[in-house]
Design a protein around this ligand. Structure first.
Ligand code: UN1
Length: 512
């Protein structure tokens, strides 16, 4: 008998629209004259989205502020129950939402699903956290006194996220913010409005099941930069987490500082790896390939600079070139494809510019250029580029959000450490070595200056359990695990006198 094959939707747009409707995104968000939501896979427009007006944005912040005032009174473990339900809904929606990430952001299938898994993981983490928002009890110098600290909810948490992790970044912030007693107003990238709307529909389902979630606890603002600015400037938003370029952070940071709001900045990375003489080269090869080419080089943790010791350069680099020329580029939905499209034309143009600059600086470029086989001609697919550079100059010093890996030789460990740290960004880093002294030195006080420093793992693909973020031009913010939650709460130090006298600290006398 013939096996009946279910009819596959004909186009990316049709499939995306079917997912939106399955996930319960209401039709009111669509408007023929709105902002087109496109797919980088084919460049086609999926739907048009009605954007949030400035007045609506301000009203949403007002609702979120009111919601905060009710939400903060709920015991934290109850707030955790809401996040647990979000995690359940995400589990149920994983295939659909992961697929939508693929259709809208162009991630390959396993990375689209991985992104949703990351959301589920942070929900689990936050549920546990909701019973662990601990403060300290502190020894006081005064008799019959007690001193302690209490962590209180802070207010509306603004989230500005980028296209490359269109939904996970929201969840790292929102899952913590909700258990911490904050409300959340999210301005997703204007390039990924559909996954944001789908996420909001999932949250609303969890809210319905929970019952009693105040209206406005989770708001989404759809639009460009002007809408983001409203969030940055509104004094009712005491903490704002912004993910994007260093240029964006330079604009946002001072504005938040001017009104004394807290900034959680996750900006550019220019991440490096060192391959030392003792490195396990098979392992390094795989680590480098994923970190440099995965997500088509569009992670802020993507590996961009590779320092290879002179003694292993001629073993490793030819193998790496082979991997580069053999990697499967194409439609991210297709089995076996590892490198999908760049998000748009400007990303591709930026890559070309950087490669031209690298050539002018004496670099030898392997790969690069547009990949147009078959249906790929409709999108901006790039061949990943491996560039052998004589030294760390020109485009090597900055982040280009595309799959370019600059490779350089080194001979001296101390010198390479210096070079490793000689860039503006300070997000992620790694060393491949079996030498314990090198490994420990790399992660020591005098080693990598980044927020993430790995050994025998590439710089990308961090788990949510650790604090995520970086130093210098990366902005200094921390999200996700460890004690990142503290940024979403305010700390009160309480001193209680249960005695009958009033001893003053530091022995001060003030007898009236
Ligand atoms: C980003 O690129 O914005 O470590 C963040 C990683 C992911 C997060 C990347 N967990 O690659």
């Amino acid at each position: 008998a013939l096996k009946s094959v279910p009819a596959a939707p004909a186009t990316v747009a049709e499939e995306a629209r079917a997912i939106l409707s399955r996930l319960g995104v209401p039709d009111q968000v669509f408007a023929p004259a709105g902002r087109p939501a496109t797919s980088p896979i084919t460049g086609e427009t999926i739907v048009h989205i009605r954007e949030t007006t400035p007045e609506e944005a301000k009203a949403a912040i007002g609702r979120a502020d009111a919601a905060f005032k009710a939400w903060r009174k709920l015991p934290a473990p109850k707030r955790g129950e809401f996040v647990r339900l979000i995690g359940e809904e995400l589990r149920a929606a994983k295939d659909d939402l992961g697929r939508l990430v693929t259709l809208e952001a162009g991630k390959v299938t396993s990375e689209g699903l991985g992104e949703v898994q990351e959301m589920i993981d942070i929900c689990d983490f936050a549920v546990g956290l909701s019973r662990q928002l601990y403060g300290l009890t502190i020894a006081t110098e005064r008799a019959d006194h007690r001193m302690m600290e209490t962590w209180h909810p802070l207010g509306v948490c603004g989230v500005i996220s980028a296209f490359n992790f269109p939904v996970a970044v929201w969840s790292w912030n929102a899952a913590l913010a909700f258990v911490c007693g904050d409300s959340v107003v999210w301005k997703p990238s204007e390039k990924t409005l559909l996954t944001a709307l789908a996420t909001q529909a999932i949250v609303e389902r969890a809210a319905k099941r929970f019952g009693g979630v105040p209206e406005g606890l989770s708001e989404v603002l759809l639009g460009g930069r002007e809408i983001g600015e409203i969030l940055v400037e509104d004094h009712r938003v005491p903490v704002l987490s912004a993910t994007g370029s260093t240029a964006m952070g330079r604009q946002v940071g001072p504005k938040l500082a001017a009104r004394f709001a807290r900034a959680i900045l996750e900006l550019g990375g220019n991440n490096a790896a060192i391959v030392a003489p003792s490195a396990d080269l098979d392992l390094a090869l795989r680590g480098i390939a994923f970190a440099a080419m995965g997500t088509a080089g569009q992670r802020c943790t993507t590996l961009r600079r590779l320092f290879v010791h002179d003694s292993v350069y001629d073993q490793l680099v030819p193998r790496l070139k082979k991997v580069y020329s053999g990697v499967k580029i194409g439609d991210p939905r297709a089995e076996g494809v590892l490198v999908g499209p760049l998000i748009d034309k400007s990303a591709f143009d930026g890559m070309e510019r950087a490669l031209d600059e690298a050539r002018a600086a004496g670099g030898i470029v392997h790969g690069g250029g547009r990949y147009t086989d078959g249906a790929c001609a409709e999108g901006y697919y790039a061949r990943p580029a491996l560039v052998e550079m004589p030294e760390q100059t020109g485009p090597v010093l900055r982040e280009t959000f595309a799959p370019i890996l600059y490779v350089m030789r080194y001979t001296d460990f101390d010198q390479v450490l210096e070079q490793h740290n000689a860039v503006g960004a300070g997000l992620s880093s790694s060393i491949f070595t079996l030498d314990m002294r090198e490994a420990e030195s790399f992660i020591s006080v005098a080693g990598s200056d980044c927020g993430i420093a790995n050994v025998n793992i590439g710089p990308s693909g961090a788990e949510i359990g650790g604090a995520f973020g970086g130093e210098k031009e990366t902005g200094g913010g921390r999200e996700a695990g460890s004690d990142s939650w503290k940024a979403y709460m305010r700390r009160a130090t309480n001193t209680i006198n249960y005695g009958k006298t009033l001893p003053l600290a530091q022995g001060v006398k003030f007898d009236v």
